[in-house]
Design a protein around this ligand. Structure first.
Ligand code: BES
Ligand code: ZN
Ligand code: ZN
Length: 486
């Protein structure tokens, strides 16, 4: 269950309460005895505690002292993480509601705590016949919050609930094992999801992909007994701020065995996450449609699994992408770029102002920066990259930009075809992006999310398994474009 945030003017008595303040002097009166106040002071001043909690009869009170941190991005992240810790205690005590008191007129910090509580309460039970330790938090009620903006606070909170719902949906899609989420199942789930939110969707099936000569996705799909799909979602509001759409493209490899270049040992484990890019695109469209954000956005989600099979494509094969360019397949495990190539050249028909793709594309990106951010590269989109990176810092889905020097492009030239799908072992995330650049004719940003999309071990409100990386980033970027705060 996802805890829903709401605003309330009425302070309830004897209920779970989080007091969000920056200084001892801001502790509200009437709640604590003088002995308790002394205890709070000791905890904060001597023991340097950030959170002081009281276990009262039947409820908890937490006083969270916002870190004295000048960097807004770090400060808000600290608030989210504290929210996650508080959620863990409350869920452990089977609490269903918690009140948040913005005791210091710091609404952004208070909302960040609420976000940490909401996202930290996510659970995926999968196919267990008995569910244990089910989280119980249903309601986060914020009182005394004052937002200084035209938008009413209710709208702002509602947008946040839509965002959290989208992150939950994204995580669910990623956590679903391949046995229960084929390309066809993904397409129909995404279609019904976005349609309920008010967007339109169309699923291109194999005959259509053949007619469109999408040799990349069809090549990867050759070894599979499952049909490929290509889901197109569009959110076109009445008066969008952009005259040309933003197109989002997501890698939808439902499971990556590596194909004939089979992944060795346990490197195949968790390759159900190879559709995290497509899941993030679907969830972003779901959110912007739900919240009726006035930006014209299109989502493209090519989907198939990658397996060896009787008809599987093999190393040395040459395939032809949607735009007519030919590719020599060096390694069938470098499959993501092949279906992305089809989708990126297809994206041109929308005459986009910008295309952003998200893909769990390379192990090289993971080796370079680990799980704490995405490797980003751009072509003709330096300005948009700057704005996107700022959004990334704000929501703590950070981007590290890598260069697109032409020398890297030399490394993927083929003797047999226009390009080959794999370069040397070094700088693999860059040669992958240089490959994709051959299929774009518009300002383009590529996000390699192989690191942050999925976590083996739980990390605060990001959880374990699918993190939903990219959803908060893209939604922040798109709402900022529409001059709306998130
Ligand atoms: N899906 C993988 C990349 C990946 C790695 C995603 C780790 C998530 C976590 C991609 O399709 C792949 O297999 N890449 C290989 C290419 C290989 C042929 C060099 C890689 O980068 O190791
Ligand atoms: Zn692969
Ligand atoms: Zn892959």
């Amino acid at each position: 269950m996802m805890p829903i945030i709401s605003l309330t003017s009425q302070e309830q008595e004897l209920e779970n309460l989080v007091i969000v303040i920056s200084r001892l002097s801001k502790i509200p009166g009437g709640i604590f005895t003088s002995a308790e106040k002394k205890y709070i002071r000791d905890q904060v001043e001597d023991r340097k505690k950030e959170v002081v909690s009281f276990n009262r009869l039947g409820y908890h009170i937490f006083i969270f002292f916002i870190k004295n941190e000048k960097d807004r991005s770090k400060r808000l992240e600290n608030c989210r993480k504290t929210g996650d810790q508080i959620a863990a205690t409350l869920n452990q005590f089977k609490a269903s509601r918690v009140a948040l008191f913005d005791g210091d007129r710091l609404p952004e910090e208070t909302l960040a705590v609420a976000q940490g509580i909401a996202l930290g309460s996510y659970q995926f039970f999968g196919y267990k016949s008995v569910r244990e330790d089910v989280n119980t938090l249903e309601k986060i009620e914020i009182y005394s919050m004052s937002l200084e903006e035209e938008d009413s606070s209710e709208t702002r909170v509602q947008r946040l609930n839509y965002l959290h719902d989208a992150v939950y949906q994204c995580r669910d899609l990623v956590n679903q094992p391949h046995s229960h989420l084929t390309a066809t199942a993904f397409a129909s789930r995404v279609e019904s999801l976005v349609v309920t939110a008010g967007a339109s969707a169309e699923v291109l099936t194999k005959p259509k992909l053949e007619a469109l000569k999408m040799g990349g996705i069809l090549g990867v799909n050759q070894g599979s007994h499952e049909e490929p799909t290509f889901t197109v979602v569009e959110w076109k509001p009445e008066n969008p701020v952009n005259s040309q759409p933003v197109v989002l493209v997501g890698k939808g490899v439902m499971y990556d065995t590596g194909g004939m270049n089979l992944k060795p040992g346990d490197t195949m484990l968790n390759m159900k996450d190879d559709m995290a890019g497509a899941a993030a695109v679907a969830a972003t469209l779901y959110m912007v449609a739900h919240a009726r954000i006035p930006v014209h956005v299109v989502g493209l989600m090519p989907a198939t699994d990658n397996r060896p099979g009787e008809r599987a494509f093999v190393s040395g094969d040459v395939i032809t992408i949607h735009n007519g360019k030919t590719v020599e397949v060096i390694n069938t495990d470098a499959e993501g770029r092949l279906l992305l190539a089809d989708a990126l050249s297809y994206a041109a028909k929308y005459n986009p102002m910008l295309v952003i793709d998200l893909a769990t594309l390379t192990g090289a990106a993971v080796r370079a920066i680990g799980k704490f951010g995405a490797a980003a590269m751009q072509s003709g989109a330096a300005g948009s990259m700057k704005a996107l990176a700022e959004s990334g810092t704000e929501v703590y889905e950070r981007l590290v930009e890598f260069p697109m020097w032409e020398e890297y492009g030399e490394l993927i030239k083929s003797e047999l075809a226009d390009l080959k799908n794999l370069g040397p072992p070094e700088a693999g995330m860059i040669t992958a992006a240089k490959f994709l650049e051959h299929f774009v004719t518009y300002p383009y940003i590529h996000l390699d999310i192989a690191g942050p999309a999925f976590l083996e071990k739980r990390d605060s409100y990001r959880g374990q398994g699918g993190t939903g990386f990219g959803v908060r980033l893209l939604v922040h970027y798109l709402t900022k474009m529409a001059d709306i705060s998130l």
